[in-house]
Design a protein around this ligand. Structure first.
Ligand code: PLP
Length: 407
């Protein structure tokens, strides 16, 4: 069989002219600055190398009894052990899934469907749509859902949560770190409140796992979701942590994979890539965090030096390298597209069409006014970004926002 050579980055660049910097004729220069790691991250090279043998040669189905299946089966269990060690869980508490969305759906729908008394779910109002739309789905089926507003600076406070949780609450969902603001929630305290009221606690930790140290046993959470493509693992893979003793019926029915809890032939290469990328990130937490904080500071001082006026959203506890900025007098969407033309990828918090401005539910939930929301951009650095990337982004923003914003 002839294998096709994967397209090289050069071909990709040729297909995407916008990633070539405006006016840059020096082909040896870096032409694309990627600063949207909250959306997705580049695949760790070690992870890709670790995956290849299971895609090319060790492709046996781990559920089969013959010896050819033994390799993939043990690779899967080693991957599970690695993940468990990274989050302080036992291997039997880790279930591989297709990503954050599936894991989130599983917890919310699975736990609701198992509850004939239809007790309430409490969720924060700025959860990812994978959580919010799952909550809407169960609400339409008659399961009550209550939403808790975060504070203006982007945190679910213990006082706000206490006011919403009652003896009839079955499940409390508060994300570990918000995907637009980067704010890290006081999960341990919030989990205690849920448990004091006899409810289970679920945290969508998609933005946090592999970026900041966390330990499920110290936190006390019952369920925790994660997604590999957010921590330099392969897309379409993730996992759900289910605390021993917190029963959650399967969402996907079929074969007996994942100990009978998640049907479907396992993605062995995906699980191996996920585990490799996660371990590499966890082994380098300190070094990565230091580097990312430096890039944050560099960007902030670059903007100030260039006279750009902005308000940083998110307050005190944020993910390293993560900035939500409202650029005074600017339109985030215009900034995004102009930076794109300069070969820089960032994100925004609002999208405008000819008639409407769609402000993200996150910025609405924290009560940002429309002008500030429209002016908001999200810059999320990754470990491969450099100080000169931060400087370049600051210069590019100052060129784009121009005289409407500058001091
Ligand atoms: N939860 C959060 C907080 C996210 O940021 C995302 C992705 O952006 C998801 C869930 C969905 O994860 P996935 O892309 O793996 O389905």
């Amino acid at each position: 069989m002839t294998r096709q050579t994967p397209p090289l980055l050069d071909d990709f660049t040729a297909m995407n002219p916008s990633i070539r910097a405006e006016g840059n004729t020096d082909t040896t220069m870096k032409t694309h600055i990627y600063a949207d790691h909250a959306a997705t991250t580049p695949l760790d090279v070690c992870a890709s190398e670790a995956m290849l043998p299971w895609l090319l040669d060790g492709y046996g189905n781990p559920s089969q009894p013959y010896s050819f299946a033994r390799g993939p089966k043990s690779a899967l269990s080693r991957a599970r052990e690695t993940v468990a060690a990274c989050i302080g869980a036992d291997p039997e508490e880790v279930f591989f899934t297709s990503g954050g969305t599936e894991s989130d759906n599983w917890v919310i729908k699975g736990s609701a469907f198992a509850d004939s008394a239809k007790r309430e779910t409490v969720a924060s109002a700025f959860e990812h749509h994978a959580v919010l739309r799952s909550c809407e789905a169960i609400r339409r089926m008659g399961y009550p859902v209550t939403y808790v507003s975060p504070s203006r600076d982007g945190y679910v406070t213990p006082a706000n949560l206490s006011g919403a949780v009652t003896g009839r609450t079955r499940l409390v969902c508060v994300m570990y770190a918000n995907n637009e603001l980067g704010t890290v929630q006081p999960v341990r305290k919030l989990c205690e409140i849920a448990h004091e009221n006899g409810a289970l606690f679920f945290t969508d930790a998609v933005q946090a796992v592999g970026h900041i140290p966390l330990n499920v046993h110290d936190l006390g959470v019952d369920f925790l979701s994660a997604s590999a493509h957010k921590f330099n693992g392969p897309g379409g893979t993730g996992f759900l942590y289910i605390r021993k003793g917190s029963s959650l019926p399967p969402l996907i029915d079929g074969g007996g994979q994942e100990n009978g809890y998640r049907a479907g032939t396992e993605n062995v290469a995906g699980a191996v890539g996920l585990a490799t990328a996660l371990k590499n990130n966890c082994d380098a937490f300190e070094q990565n965090q230091r580097h990312l904080r430096l890039l944050e500071e560099r960007l902030i001082s670059g903007l100030k030096d260039n006279g750009v006026r902005f308000v940083r959203n998110g307050g005190r506890e944020t993910l390293p390298g993560f900035l939500s900025l409202s650029l005074t007098g600017a339109e985030g969407e215009t900034v995004l597209h102009r930076l794109d033309l300069m070969g820089i990828s960032i994100a925004t918090g609002a999208a405008c069409d000819s008639q409407n401005t769609r402000i993200s539910h996150v910025l609405r939930a924290i009560g940002l006014d429309e002008t500030a929301a429209v002016a908001t951009v999200r810059i999320s650095f990754g470990k491969e970004n450099t100080e000169s990337d931060a400087d370049e982004i600051a210069r590019a923003i100052s060129r784009v926002v121009g005289s409407r914003n500058l001091l």
